[in-house]
Design a protein around this ligand. Structure first.
Ligand code: FMN
Length: 201
């Protein structure tokens, strides 16, 4: 099993170090209780005005039709590997505040926060998560009758990690490639835009 812990510049919690986005999934189903823990973790994310603008459509392989429905929304390059995950999800953002119907600028931000909580909880439970922008928004909207005012955000594959040998050559190379990040110096600013903060210099 490939492990790709972060090569962190400064100490971080082990959960954050270990989380990564594999494409090789084992066929092992995810226990219902663990799936509930992931969604519970998402539920407790922070959000603007505590509006909790997230929804999740969840499809497991136990319901083959439902799984195929969500899989069918993915672009081919994602469906290629995500078909082997036992659980697929789709996150959806409510775009307007419930409290006053005004646009919520932070809706996507907050759905992303919920997704991060879900992913870290998954890591804590020995599961892996791979988020995807590569899906058809129009198809998802049509398949699930998602109403106006709500926007599909990301597809999410969840499961136990598998062996990379089962992946096509090109994906196996990606699976084995090191994880990279820009250094802190490139995005921590102070004083004015683009000026590296002395904190990290
Ligand atoms: C919103 C979002 C969309 C993504 N879309 C895709 C995708 O369509 N296909 C894919 O293979 N990976 C996708 N990824 C995974 C990223 O490529 C991955 O998170 C990034 O390379 C960092 O790697 P790590 O998660 O292993 O640290 C997506 C991740 C996020 C958060």
């Amino acid at each position: 099993m490939i492990e790709k812990p972060a090569e962190n510049q400064y100490p971080i919690d082990d959960l954050i170090r270990k989380r990564w986005s594999p494409r090789a999934f084992s066929a092992q189903p995810v226990e219902g209780a663990k799936l509930l823990s992931l969604l519970e973790a998402a539920r407790w994310a922070a959000s603007c005005f505590n509006e909790q603008p997230w929804s999740f459509i969840v499809a497991t392989k136990e319901s083959a039709d439902e799984f195929e429905r969500l899989l069918g929304c993915l672009v081919e390059s994602n469906a290629l590997w995500a078909q082997h995950a036992p659980v697929l999800m789709l996150s959806i953002a409510r775009l307007n505040f419930e409290r006053n119907a005004k646009p919520n600028r932070h809706a996507f931000h907050d759905v992303g926060q919920a997704a991060t909580s879900l992913a870290l909880q998954a890591t804590a439970l020995g599961l892996v998560v791979h988020q995807m922008a590569g899906f058809s928004v129009a198809k998802a909207r049509e398949q699930y009758a998602i109403p106006e005012g709500y926007e599909p955000v990301a597809a999410i594959a969840v499961g136990y990690q598998g062996e990379p040998e089962g992946l096509p050559e090109e994906l196996r190379k990606k699976e084995e490639a090191p994880r990279t990040r820009r250094p802190l110096e490139s995005f921590v600013f102070n004083g004015r835009w683009g000026q590296t903060s002395p904190l990290v210099r």
